[in-house]
Ligand binder design. Structure first.
Ligand code: SF4
Length: 336
């Protein structure tokens, strides 16, 4: 993939990903996103953006916004986004995101935006607040990505449609005004992309209350894990089960070593172990991953100046890239 487009950051291929401003990051976010991002830090020029402009498209508590942004920064750093190897900044510190959105708006068909799956779902959930920002969300997302000439965008399955839209916008811009933007690719993780909630009914999500928070204390984690939904075929301890349809086993695949996964899978099929025992093994290995993350998050909570410095430094670097992009875009579009 080319990294030589005008205004693009030099060196490794740029990767962009947006982070919702929330400290309530759960195991699904960790397994499906953050952990994979952390593995990409040396492979790409990683740019992570806490997307506060996106967050205000839905009802929110104004007073809680800044604490939520800080919390998102802390938990993501603690979970592996080493700020010495990536940019981590807040979207509204770089207003070029909205300027490029406006230009992209003029290339975006209303009909296509109205058919976006996520817009339709969010509109159903927020019937009293179907605002233009919600409708325009994919255009802002395209601007987020293309402002940095990102060629790779790690996303979940539900966001692939938006990356397709971003590619369309890049193509249209290049055709209309001259070659400038790359067409980015979605990078969908092979494992951990779909961690189900503790109810076993839908994807793990904060709003559904079926989640385990990444920095929750061990007691709280166990209280949630112990009664979590398993294979319903295992009504009695002597009933065999199928680990492949059990979310606890999916979590084992994400946290336990291969020999423990094998032991639990066999024990499940033969009714050799009970679900509680299986969950205890999971808890033990999960804590080996979560303990250091929780400890680092607590440490960072006591270092607000350091966290602010990370966000400031990253914003300054991101803004320098964004300004270069917009200088060229304005020239191509004939605005200045
Ligand atoms: S033994 Fe483990 S994998 Fe099997 S149903 Fe129970 S919790 Fe799930």
């Amino acid at each position: 993939m080319s990294t030589t487009t005008p205004g693009a950051p030099q060196g490794q291929a740029p990767l962009f990903s947006g982070i919702q401003p929330s400290g309530d990051i759960h195991l699904g976010n960790y397994c499906g996103a953050i952990r994979n991002w952390a593995r990409l830090l040396d492979e790409y020029r990683c740019i992570f953006c806490i997307v506060d402009y996106h967050a205000i498209t839905q009802d929110y508590d104004v007073a809680a916004m800044q604490p939520r942004i800080r919390s998102a920064a802390i938990v993501n750093i603690a979970a592996g986004l080493d700020p010495d190897r990536c940019l981590l900044f807040v979207q509204s510190r770089v207003p070029e995101h909205t300027e490029l959105t406006w230009i992209f708006n003029t290339l975006s068909p209303m009909g296509l935006l109205g058919r976006m799956t996520q817009f339709k779902e969010k509109s159903r959930r927020n019937e009293d607040n179907i605002n233009v920002g919600l409708f325009d969300y994919p255009v802002l997302q395209a601007a987020d990505i293309l402002l940095y000439h990102a060629v790779v965008v790690p996303v979940g399955e539900d966001q692939v449609q938006h990356i397709e839209f971003t590619r369309d916008i890049a193509r249209k811009f290049n055709l209309r005004y001259g070659e400038h933007f790359p067409e980015p690719s979605a990078l969908v993780p092979k494992s951990g992309a779909r961690i189900m909630g503790l109810d076993g009914q839908s994807k793990m999500s904060k709003s559904l209350g079926n989640y385990i928070g990444l920095t929750e204390e061990p007691d709280a984690v166990w209280k949630k894990l112990a009664p979590a939904f398993t294979d319903p075929a295992r009504k009695r301890r002597s009933d065999p089960g199928n680990p492949l349809i059990c979310n606890i086993y999916t979590l084992h695949e994400n946290f336990s070593p291969p020999e423990v996964q094998e032991e639990c899978a066999q024990g499940c099929r033969s009714a050799g172990i009970g679900c509680l025992e299986c969950k205890k093994k999971l808890f033990e290995h999960m804590m080996k991953v979560l303990d250091p993350i929780r400890a680092r998050a607590r440490e960072l909570e006591g270092q607000p100046d350091y966290v602010q410095d990370v966000l400031d430094r990253s914003a300054a670097e991101a803004k320098a890239i964004a300004e270069r992009t917009m200088t060229e875009v304005r020239r191509l579009v004939g605005l200045r």
